[in-house]
Design a protein around this ligand. Structure first.
Ligand code: T4K
Length: 380
């Protein structure tokens, strides 16, 4: 493939027309309320509840802080079973709560935490399971809930990649005790930086609101050790302009995904991490897996060769969280317990995927991958 003249990145933020943003900025200026649950914040919260089909949702300044405070509001202690194949934020939210992650291997097909391996990791210190709906595919929510019910554990989902996802018509946030959404600029829906928690128990609404506002409970009272987790009015204003664009963006991504699938299905040693039957996906990422033996060259080679042609694919989620130095003493970090996670982290590659990406660009990327594969196999 000839190199692309301009760099193509893994994603591009959805940018609403500036007119709408300017109008909202004028409203904010007029009100003088820049943050602390102003009008834009309240409106976005209401619209997101409708869009996501959930009753309880609180907004935060980013997804990491949302998760961190959500775990605190649930009053967890001890150990939390989670996946090593995720963005660092998932386990860092545990760290900041003084919780110990217990790493569980993943399913090789969905790359999500493997419920068959969870029970063996439960001890008297376990208080929760923290699953991640990786790349937009749902965890085995029903099986995980059965295990949690049996051992009286909380279930939390990192839903950074599943904005608007439904399974059999059921919105993703209906599963577990709590789901975190990230509204970072690289996400399908965004507020530049931002995040939210959807949760089941009405009683923690007030706790979450206190926690994200320094633990302040009244004019003269600070009852909890909180922090600043508030979404400001400018973030909320951007979100209100982005939200109406989400469905169209999702449809464009669906078309691009179909094109990628048409072009890449059947390429030896290349597997597409596709969404599951009955799932209405967020189409957050388009991810392939390269098996060096079948494809002819490694994932790292593919990544580097694409980069030379101006295509910036990403090795999400490299390195595994279990490989972080500060977890080296954990029994569950040992590679022999995590064979599928180690395989995935060496093989997965997120290809450019966003609505504004041209079909011709997808075709170029695919023909390059096929050419690379053919050349590598001839050379063997
Ligand atoms: N849990 C999971 C499973 C997550 O994936 C994440 C975040 C979190 C928790 C935490 O949520 P937040 O606290 O972030 O709300 C990006 C994002 O920064 C991060 O939010 C995201 N996951 C992660 C998967 O991706 P990087 O290091 O890949 O970002 P960056 O800056 O390299 O962006 C990727 C590409 O996007 C760039 O090459 C160009 C393009 N881009 C990016 C930005 C920020 C733009 O075109 N414009 C932009 O403004 O982490």
């Amino acid at each position: 493939m000839e190199g692309l003249t301009k760099p193509v990145y893994v994603t591009k933020p959805l940018l609403p027309a500036l007119d709408g943003i300017v109008q909202r900025l004028e409203d904010i200026w007029e009100s003088g309320q820049m943050t602390n649950q102003g009008g834009q914040h309240e409106l976005l919260q209401k619209e997101l509840k409708l869009f996501l089909g959930i009753d309880r949702l609180e907004l935060f300044n980013n997804g990491t802080i949302a998760l961190l405070l959500g775990l605190k509001a649930l009053g967890l202690s001890g150990e939390v079973i989670t996946t090593p194949f995720t963005f660092p934020a998932t386990v860092q939210a545990l760290d900041w709560n003084g919780l110990t992650p217990v790493f569980c291997d993943i399913r090789p097909d969905t790359l999500n935490i493997d419920p068959k391996k969870i029970e063996a990791l439960i001890t008297e210190k376990t208080t929760a399971i923290l699953g991640v709906h990786v790349f937009g595919n749902l965890c085995d929510v029903e099986r995980i809930q059965e295990i949690a019910d049996k051992y009286n554990l909380k279930v939390i989902y990192d839903g950074a990649h599943v904005f608007g996802t439904k399974s059999g018509g059921v919105p993703v946030a209906n599963y577990g005790d709590m789901t975190m959404f990230s509204f970072h600029a690289t996400k399908l829906f965004h507020t530049v930086e931002g995040g939210a928690l959807a949760f089941k128990d009405e009683r923690i609404t007030e706790v979450l609101r206190m926690l994200r506002n320094f633990g302040i409970t009244g004019p003269d009272q600070v009852a909890l050790s909180g922090l600043n987790g508030k979404m400001n009015e400018l973030q909320a204003a951007v979100g209100l302009e982005v939200l109406p664009l989400v469905e169209r963006e999702r449809k464009k991504r669906q078309r691009l995904k179909e094109l990628y699938e048409r072009e890449l299905t059947g390429v030896p040693g290349l597997r597409i991490i596709t969404n599951l039957e009955g799932e209405e996906s967020s189409y957050q990422y388009f991810v392939i897996e390269i098996d060096e033996a079948g494809f002819g060259c490694s994932r790292n080679d593919v990544h580097d060769k694409l980069l030379k042609r101006n295509v910036s694919a990403r090795k999400y989620f490299y390195p595994l969280c279990s490989g972080f130095e500060w977890y080296s003493g954990l029994q569950s970090s040992r590679p022999e317990h995590l064979p599928n996670a180690h395989m995935a982290v060496d093989r997965t590659l997120a290809l450019p995927f966003y609505g504004a990406l041209g079909e011709w660009e997808v075709e170029r990327i695919c023909s390059f991958l096929k050419q690379l594969n053919a050349q590598a196999l001839i050379a063997q």
